[in-house]
Structures are given as C-alpha cells and as structure tokens.
Design a protein around this ligand. Structure first.
Ligand code: PLP
Length: 381
C-alpha cells in the first residue's frame, strides 16, 4: 500500500488468483454459475457445514440471515455495540430494532452474555454475536441463554473464517453464520460474503432472497433447466459474481496457513510488548482465533491518539476497531442513545488501537512496530 512503511493490512494475491480470473473470463459467464456453486461447496466443506450460500458482501449475508430468521417490525435483536456498523444495520434494514449490549472487558472485548441477558424483553427474538478480531465469543453462555429464552443466534463471523470453538468452525454454531470477503479480511475477494445456516430451509430462503425471491436463476435457464420462474417473496439482488467466487477458491485454500501465520505474528507482538513493559496490553491472551486483528489496549485513554500519531510519523498505519455503534449520529437520534449507555465498550473504544497485521508481514516488521510503541512510551515517561 502506497505511502506506508508498514501498512495496516495487505493481501496475498498471486498466480492462483490470476488463473482463477482468467478461467472466468475465458468461460464467458460472469454471474452466479459454476464458480459460485464450487466456492459454496468448498467453503461449506472447509467449515464442516452441509451447505452455504454466497452473496454480494458480508452486509448482505447478515441482512438475509436476519430476514430468513424472521426479523421484521416489532422484533428486537441484541447486538454488540463494539462492532462494525453493518451488524446493527442488518437488523434495522430488516425492519427490526437493534438493541445494543456491552463488551466483557479489557481481556475480552466481545459481547457480554450477562449484559445480553439483562436486555432481553418480550420482543427479543434473537442475538447477533460478533467474533471480534476473530476470537470466539463466549459461545457456551450465549448458546445456553438463547436456548433458555427461545432466541435464535446469528454469528457475525466476518473476522473469523477458519477459526473454531470446541472443535466446531465459527459460523456453524448458531442458527446462521455470516462471513465477509471484503478487501481487508483474512480471505478476500474484494467484495463478497457467505452465509451458513443450520436449517436447510433457512438456507433455501437465503438463496431465494439473494435473487429477487425468484424460483429459478438465469444460470438454470441458460443451462436449459428451466424456462419460467415465479417470484414467491420480496427479495434483493445480492448475487455474487463468478469473478469474486473464483477468487475466493484459492483464498480459501490459503486460509489455514495464513491464519497460522497471523496468529504467530500476534504472539510475537504480545511477547515483545509484554517484555517492553509498556502501559498497554493485547487482549485475548492465551486464546487462538483467526488472527484477524492485532488489537492493543493502552492503559490510559489520553495516550491513545498521541501513540497513533507517533506510529503514523514512523510510517506505521493503524486503525480503530471500532467506534461504538450506539454513539453514531443515526443511532443516537433513531434510538435515543447517549454516552454512558454502554460504559465498558465506550471505555474500551477510547483505548483501542489496531496495529498492522497481514500474513506476509515479517517478524522484523512486527519488531519495528513494537519498537515504535516502546519509544513512544519512553518519550512519554
Ligand atoms: C464485524 C463485521 N460485520 C460485517 C461486516 C460487513 O461486511 P461487508 O463489508 O463485506 O459488507 C464487516 C466488514 O466489513 C465486519 O467487520
């Protein structure tokens, strides 16, 4: 990425991806066809799922999962506030109300099951958990409370392809699992998404909804398998393209090795920063996820922005995951939220900083980032 000595993320694209794009161009068929079918099957197999539906992006995956599980007017779904806005938007776009819940704390930034429980009302139909940074949420507690209250569980696994909990792939544990293949994800097709669902009927609804609620696709008609169609439910154009699906196949093949590399780099970060004795910690110690993000939490909120500026001055790109969703203008005015509503996540959001991480990052680059962090705190002391 231009301009940065060490960018926040970088893709690993090579001959396999080039060949995949060539193959599609030569086939003369660019939308929903054989590549999509193959990608869906390979992704489902990799996750140990029976089936998968590829869609245009991760937001579409979440939106369709919500609709297929019955989210609509009068329905509340509990979502974490410390997530990308798409998680909450998917509930709202389905006509439901996203009810925000807090994070656990500095060691685990994900959804706090006890706060979820406190926010259940007679209108609550489900919970959407987000595997923040690719680490499994507290699945045991979430599954237990969803079962006890008769709620569905959607896993927003945008950060978590290839990660697992209790021997099960993340995204296969709840009623539906949604993935994003956006340009900064562990596997990327530029834009793209995937939905897994436990119930084949939910998956069928999602397949229907991704293409206008039509009973047959142009691919079936092209192959002569169908000549007419009906529209049985109001749907969308959330179809993936053959190009993105073809890119996804080699990206999926590379995922295990890339995730292993990401996890090794996170452990290097953790060891170096601990050894440097900086007043900052990486959460999720002792846990293994997909290695999506290298998140650092500074002890003092006042250090966060100056540290980012110091890293920028050293050519090191950083980011913030995430500003709490309930404090965005739209969510404040639509739902009456104000600072203080979700105090744990609000505090964490003032202290987080996301450090560079990508599979081709070298140990030397991790060391350079750690040295830059340590130098900042030496200077600040
Ligand atoms: C946690 C989370 N949920 C949902 C999304 C939405 O995915 P997309 O950008 O593919 O629509 C993203 C990523 O962008 C994400 O990080």
């Amino acid at each position: 990425m231009a301009g940065w000595k060490i960018p926040l993320s970088d893709l690993q694209l090579g001959d396999e991806e080039r060949d995949a794009v060539d193959r599609v161009v030569q086939s003369g068929w660019l939308t929903l066809g054989n590549e999509v079918a193959q990608f869906e099957q390979e992704f489902a197999t990799a996750c140990g799922a029976d089936g998968a539906v590829a869609v245009a992006n991760g937001t579409a995956a979440l939106h369709l999962a919500c609709l297929a599980l019955g989210v609509g007017p009068g329905v509340e779904v509990i979502v974490p506030t410390l997530t990308f806005v798409a998680s909450a938007n998917a509930v709202a776009l389905s006509g439901g109300r996203p009810v925000f819940a807090d994070s656990i704390g500095a060691h685990d930034l994900s959804l706090d099951p006890s706060d979820v429980e406190r926010r259940i009302t007679p209108a609550t139909r489900g919970v959407m958990c987000v595997h923040y940074a690719g680490y499994p949420c507290r699945m045991e507690a979430l599954l237990e409370l969803c079962e006890r209250h008769g709620l569905f569980l959607i896993e927003d696994a945008a950060h978590a392809p290839g990660a697992s909990w209790d021997g099960r792939a993340l995204g296969t544990i709840g009623d539906a699992g949604c993935f994003s293949f956006f340009g900064n994800k562990n596997m990327s097709t530029g834009e793209g998404g995937m939905v897994l669902a436990r119930d084949p009927e939910v998956l069928d609804q999602i397949r229907l909804l991704r293409s206008h609620g039509m009973t047959t696709m142009s691919w079936d008609r092209y192959r002569g398998h169908a000549s007419a169609y009906d529209v049985v439910r109001l749907g969308f154009n959330y179809r993936p393209s053959e190009l993105t699906a073809a890119l996804g196949r080699p990206q999926l093949a590379k995922l295990p090795a890339n995730n292993e590399r990401r996890n090794a780099l996170i452990e290097r970060y953790r060891a170096q920063l601990d050894a440097a004795g900086v007043p900052a910690r990486m959460p999720f110690a002792g846990e293994v996820g997909s290695g999506h993000l290298a998140v650092l939490l500074v002890d003092e909120p006042a250090d966060r922005d100056p540290l980012r500026e110091a890293l920028t001055a050293d050519g090191i790109q950083t980011s913030l995951h995430y500003p709490p969703v309930h404090l965005f203008d739209h969510y404040r005015s639509a739902y009456g939220h104000a600072p203080g509503d979700l105090p744990v996540a609000e505090d964490l959001a003032l202290r987080i900083i996301t450090l560079p991480l990508y599979p081709t990052m070298t140990p030397g680059q991790v060391d350079a980032v750690c040295e830059s962090v340590a130098a900042f705190f030496r200077g600040a002391a």
